[in-house]
Design a binder for this molecule. Structure first.
Ligand code: F6R
Length: 369
């Protein structure tokens, strides 16, 4: 049952370290290689790939967006990420050297099924990333990489999301390794760091009490905005999606660089803005840019809720609230930074008296078009 938690969603949020560990298990060899024997696509097939499409809906689409940053960086293969419901009704350029990665927790989402059929008709190779054994999407794909999140009961996807990112990263790293890569040291380092992610997520989970308090505080707000850059951008989209579906509040995620192209008009006195901040080490330009975005929105009256690494003091002068996450590499940050956003949405919804596990108008598996 709910194992002592008030909602399945909280239980599933808490299961994320285990879900990640289970999804990594057996797929990282001792020599730092990625072993994806179960994928059923030969190394030769994968060497011939010259373009990748990632398709999915909702949270699965957001996981795909995160994947694009990593796969392009590691493999230099162009990646497009598209909503399955758009992909299936247009005329995308595909052929037998295109890899289509179809991401779906349930494996039964109708738009994703139709999109993968559309891709197969044009001879593309389809790889499913799926959490449900034997469901339609993996059955109809050329290969499958299962996420091992375990059953997800709450309608809002949480542990499936983080394991989808892990699975897509494993595909990217595998492609990088079999194709001979530009960033071999970096790839080797990432493989090591991946092993540490379950502990990092577990650490974030121990510090969620202030987030609960903050959630009660924000539950009367009209809207909440989310900002991020780089992989923080899809994390912002995911934070906003969770809040919309659970709290029935207006919430939007933006690429922080887009603020001045329109969204900044939404900022008014007291509007909560949640910002995920990339590591100050490494890509410091990215970090500095977002610190100035925090300054900008605060100068216009926003209440800033900043998710930043331990030891990142640069954000302190501009943050009304700081939620700390452990140090990570930029590309792995979504796994930790999404956790407070999940908890925030869950607790705001609960404070508003909503049914957290069964939000209105939504179904766990969307098998209609
Ligand atoms: C959001 C959510 C939905 C699903 C979407 C795709 O919390 O759960 O957006 O992510 O309906 O579902 P799957 O992954 O089963 O194809």
């Amino acid at each position: 049952e709910k194992g002592g938690y008030d909602y399945f969603m909280l239980k599933e949020i808490a299961e994320q370290p285990q879900a990640i560990a289970d999804t990594l298990r057996g797929r990282l060899t001792e020599h730092g290689e990625i072993s994806l024997d179960e994928v059923r696509l030969s190394d030769q097939d994968l060497r011939d790939i010259d373009k990748i499409f990632v398709i999915g809906c909702g949270t699965s689409y957001n996981a795909g967006l995160v994947g694009k940053y990593a796969i392009e960086h590691w493999t230099r293969i162009p990646v497009e990420v598209e909503l399955a419901s758009e992909f299936r009704y247009r005329d995308p350029v595909l052929d037998r050297s295109t890899l289509v990665i179809a991401i779906s927790q349930s494996g039964e989402t109708m738009d994703t099924i139709m999109a993968l059929r559309h891709a197969k008709e044009q001879k593309a190779r389809v790889l499913a990333v799926c959490n449900t054994n034997g469901s339609t999407i993996p059955r109809e794909s050329d290969g499958v990489l299962y996420t091992h999140a375990g059953p997800e009961i709450a309608v809002a996807s949480t542990k499936a999301f983080v394991t989808q990112i892990i699975a897509v990263y494993l595909v990217g790293l595998h492609l990088a390794q079999i194709r001979g890569i530009k960033y071999s040291d970096e790839v080797a380092a990432i493989v090591d760091q991946l092993k540490a992610t379950p502990d990092a997520v577990a650490e974030v989970l121990t510090t969620m009490e202030p987030v609960r308090k903050l959630a009660r505080d924000l539950s009367g707000s009209q809207q909440v905005l989310f900002l991020g850059r780089h992989v923080g951008f899809p994390v912002a989209l995911e934070g906003a999606l969770k809040l919309k579906e659970l709290a029935y509040m207006h919430a939007e995620g933006f690429a922080a660089g887009e603020l001045k192209h329109g969204p900044i008009s939404l900022i008014d006195d007291g509007v909560p803005v949640v910002i995920t901040v990339p590591s100050p080490r490494g890509r410091s330009l990215l970090h500095d840019k977002i610190v100035s975005n925090i300054q900008e929105v605060r100068a216009r009256g926003a209440r800033t809720i900043v998710i930043a690494e331990e030891g990142d003091h640069a954000v302190e002068p501009y943050a009304d609230h700081i939620i700390r996450v452990p140090r990570t590499t930029t590309l792995l940050a979504p796994l930790t930074t999404v956790v407070p956003l999940q908890v925030l949405a869950c607790e705001i919804a609960a404070a508003r008296g909503n049914d957290v596990d069964q939000p209105r108008n939504l179904a766990k598996s969307v098998t209609v078009e």
